[in-house]
Design a protein around this ligand. Structure first.
Ligand SMILES: [Zn+2]
Length: 148
């Protein structure tokens, strides 16, 4: 029982997010595909905390400086994850020409304190990934480990 993963701790309290290389590549690829607009999507994990799926969603804003997840696609991603015993654990979006640091809009719009916020910055030159937690308007940078 000691080895049983505690799902509630895995992403809420962890200061490291482990991302499979394939998931990182999918996020960067979606960001490139949507360039120069912001890309966005969701990430699911299994009960052990392993990232199992990257959902590339439509950015309803079609904007280079902001994003809104398409609600119907968000719902379908949630249904897809739930059916497999997974949980949505994070949201990602891109900063096409800026650093992967949450904007004031990102902070104000962060409604799910349990999620991590993965940002792909500098899609125009050298894409860089960074992950943050945003709780009550406070941003905490987390360590990101890409594996595999
Ligand atoms: Zn942003």
């Amino acid at each position: 029982m000691l080895d049983e993963p505690d799902r509630s701790r895995t992403f809420r309290d962890a200061d490291v997010v482990v991302l499979p290389a394939e998931a990182a590549a999918a996020v960067v690829q979606h960001a490139r595909f949507c360039f120069p607009e912001e890309a966005c999507g969701l990430l699911a994990a299994d009960p052990t905390g392993r990232i199992t799926m990257v959902y590339c969603l439509t950015n309803l804003d079609r904007s280079p400086v902001r994003y809104t997840l398409a609600p119907a696609e968000h719902y379908h991603a949630w249904r897809h994850a739930e059916a497999r015993g997974w949980e949505l654990v994070g949201v990602f979006h891109s900063h096409p020409r800026a650093a992967p640091v949450p904007s004031a809009r990102d902070v104000a719009g962060a409604l799910e304190p349990r999620w991590f916020h993965l940002i792909v910055g500098h899609v125009d030159t050298a894409p860089r990934l960074a992950v943050h937690r945003i709780v009550d308007g406070r941003v905490t940078s987390l360590d990101l480990r890409v594996e595999g």
